[in-house]
Design a protein around this ligand. Sequence first.
Ligand SMILES: Nc1nc2c(ncn2[C@@H]2O[C@H](COP(=O)(O)OP(=O)(O)OP(=O)(O)O)[C@@H](O)[C@H]2O)c(=O)[nH]1
Ligand SMILES: [Mg+2]
Ligand SMILES: [Zn+2]
Length: 339
Amino acid sequence: MPDFSSLLPFGWSDSWSALLPENTLPARVIRHDGATLLIATSDGPLSIRTPARPGLAPTVGDWLAVEEASRSAVAVLPRASLLRRHGAHIGARDQSLAANVDIVLITCGLDRPVKPGRLDRSIALAVDAGATPMIVLTKAASAHPPDLDQLAAQHPGVAIVVTSALEGIGIDALRDALVGSTAVLLGESGAGKSTLTNALLGRDEAYTGDVRGDAKGRHTTTSRQLHVLDGGGVIIDTPGIRAVGLWTDPDAVDEAFSDIGAIAENCRFRDCRHDTEPGCAVRGAIDDGSLSVDRHAAWRRLRREAASAELRASPREQRRRGKTFSRAAKLGQARKRGF
Ligand SMILES: Nc1nc2c(ncn2[C@@H]2O[C@H](COP(=O)(O)OP(=O)(O)OP(=O)(O)O)[C@@H](O)[C@H]2O)c(=O)[nH]1
Ligand SMILES: [Mg+2]
Ligand SMILES: [Zn+2]
């Protein structure tokens, strides 16, 4: 067995060896810039051409099988997890954000209001990916202290870390939580993801930017990149994404709201919508105070959003819109021709 120990800091383990085709070497995708991939090999970083074969679409965090002679990627090893954003627009396809991630760091800057809906969507995406969500509040020193009890109640089972990269608050705790894992940062532009990456790394490796006066933030980071933490673990910095890119599907919502799912096991009807159905355990839990009205409302809101996003993305709906579009286009042409 060849020695791949130099890949251990990148998250290599023996379990990947079994998946490696013969006569290939493992490599992890550090960065993906369109035509080129920056990969970590046992001989160090290497820039290769992005494979142009259908079914071979590597993303950051992927483990690749690289052919020794040609140094080209011949396979993407089966993923342990995949964080994707669902295409919310007509014809939009899902976009892979990061592969083989264990933890999704949902990053919110405390210099602007924390939006529970956005957190719920991000948590659903993380759970859908097969990863553990963690809420990271940044810029703690420069803002009003958040109501952590309320936030914890709104997102049961999700760890919350309060950090300030500039003051060094919460950085050690977060670094400890990431040892041995692959983590990916998810959050709005200007939330402080790259600043946090650098604080965790202890060196300036990721570009950071200034937030505009209106606290909206412009996109400083333009491509996803994997960084190796000295104490063990890997962190993937990403460009900020807007809330509209955070759609998920209704099943993923239920998985993310596992507390409601557990209560719903006791509903009389298996397909109970916890609305007006008789024998609904969820409504019962609201009545006896064991489930908060807000939590139930958050679940309903996200279910509704996910359902309408799914409908919009369904082939039938796309066809319908396509027809409308082509009719409008024909009409436009007819007008041009002077009819
Ligand atoms: N006061 C304070 N400012 C911070 C902290 N973390 C980040 N910032 C500032 O917030 C701004 C944006 O930080 P970035 O790290 O570039 O944000 P980002 O999330 O990577 O943004 P994108 O790359 O555009 O997605 C910079 O001006 C940082 O200096 C913090 O803990 N405290
Ligand atoms: Mg950034
Ligand atoms: Zn019910």
